[in-house]
Ligand binder design. Sequence first.
Ligand SMILES: CC(C)(COP(=O)(O)OP(=O)(O)OC[C@H]1O[C@@H](n2cnc3c(N)ncnc32)[C@H](O)[C@@H]1OP(=O)(O)O)[C@@H](O)C(=O)NCCC(=O)NCCS
Length: 200
Amino acid sequence: MTDLEIKGKRITIRPLKVDDVYLMRKWGFHENPLLEDYNFPKLSDKDIKMWYRVKTNRFVNKYYGIRNESDELIGYMGIKNIKRITKESTLGLVLDPNQVDKGYGTEILETFLQYYFSKMKMRKMILEVAEFNKRAYRLYEKIGFKPIGYYLDEFFDSGLDLTNPYYIIEKSSFVIKGEKIYNYIYKMTLDRKRFFKLRQ
Ligand SMILES: CC(C)(COP(=O)(O)OP(=O)(O)OC[C@H]1O[C@@H](n2cnc3c(N)ncnc32)[C@H](O)[C@@H]1OP(=O)(O)O)[C@@H](O)C(=O)NCCC(=O)NCCS
């Protein structure tokens, strides 16, 4: 493991360590059932080690832990399916539910992408975001990501309560077919040229 440290104003990004994952058990949780998948699951010590191994054991993925100015672990991110020839990868970013809406996501992406496009010499970043996830979409759009695809995917919870107000507000982003629940996803990308052009 390297001593790599990517520093922003308030945040520090370092390669993810197993000790970071233990801290995620203390995170808050999203009341919104649409975001349930981003609540850190209840895991035993053994499961934590396994979770860490599954995330970090592949050469094509890199995971990072993110600390704030008080050295609290506020989130983790991954670049997945790293393609060393075309120099692209797919982003994943998850914050402690107690730390959302404080501008950290913006700072994390500004800081990381600067490093990604200059030091790592990558050319493109790809991501997928659910249409109902308005906060995440807004963040990506603000950073400069552009939608390049829009498609339906199966929602992770086929037992979602369709009378829940969080669902009702975002109903237009869903399609129900028989027993199955699908939701619309945007695929978005940002390339190096556009990233730097927007910041001139
Ligand atoms: C998505 C996530 C990484 C964003 O990070 P964050 O620190 O909360 O985001 P920021 O505060 O930096 O920016 C959020 C932006 O969305 C806006 N926003 C918040 N809620 C919104 C809503 N319901 N509708 C539209 N915009 C919204 C904010 O106003 C802000 O935009 P602004 O700077 O123009 O005012 C974080 O909320 C998170 O981890 N969410 C749960 C996991 C997740 O969804 N991961 C992404 C999967 S693709």
